[in-house]
Ligand binder design. Structure first.
Ligand code: ACO
Ligand code: ZN
Length: 179
């Protein structure tokens, strides 16, 4: 399979596939060579764009949980990225760690095949190792596909963040406690 999708030998240590989906897609860690493809998927599929250094910073700091989905023609068709945030706990001065789902997207021609499910399934145990007590994310209140996806993973709507997006749309703040 590696040979078939032609993974770059120089990066193979970091990018051994974690999984194959229907012998079609592979899920592996993102490398610096993939960032261009990740940014292309983001720009096609989401209105929230980030500068290159934002992706690079996440890759440098939380690269083990930054995964990509790759097609048989070696094209990046999906990604997921997380970061760990420290916030004060509500009932003590302790800082608690949260795993923040920064962004996930799958190319529109490859959806509904379980790729987002695989990206979440393989990245959540990795980000959990940073001693987080919960997984958190924001999602547009109109984004039913993504909301359904997160509910399948037992995320619950915790609150609404008013005017969270630049166009004024509200976000659901969703949380899943680490068990
Ligand atoms: N309508 C309703 N529910 C959906 C849809 C849809 N069109 N697509 C996915 N789901 C839900 C379903 O519950 C589905 O399970 P099922 O197929 O058993 O019914 C579940 O999600 C898992 O589906 P996958 O096939 O794993 O998801 P996919 O690979 O298609 O990717 C995603 C889902 C990432 C939401 C995709 O639609 C996408 O890239 N959308 C645009 C980008 C986006 O909105 N990203 C999330 C922004 S919020 C954030 O990043 C924190
Ligand atoms: Zn496409």
């Amino acid at each position: 399979m590696n040979k078939k999708i032609g993974i770059d030998k120089n990066v193979v240590n970091n990018s051994q596939p974690l999984a194959h989906l229907n012998n079609l897609y592979s899920i592996r860690r993102c490398t610096v060579h993939d960032l261009e493809g990740v940014i292309a998927v983001n720009e096609r599929e989401l209105p929230e764009d980030y500068p290159y250094f934002f992706y690079k910073n996440i890759l440098d700091n939380f690269g083990d949980a930054f995964l990509v989905a790759v097609s048989p023609s070696n094209e990046i068709i999906g990604y997921i990225m997380w970061r760990v945030e420290k916030t004060p706990s509500l009932n003590s001065l302790r800082l608690i760690h949260k795993g923040h789902l920064v962004s996930i997207a799958v190319d529109s021609h490859h959806r509904r095949k379980g790729i987002a499910t695989a990206l979440l399934t393989y990245s959540m145990p990795i980000i959990k190792k940073y001693n987080i007590c919960e997984y958190v994310l924001e999602v547009r209140v109109s984004n039913q596909p993504a909301i359904n996806l997160y509910k399948k993973f037992n995320f619950q709507v915790h609150s609404i963040k008013k005017c969270y997006y630049r166009d004024g749309e509200n976000a659901y703040y969703m949380i899943k406690k680490v068990s």
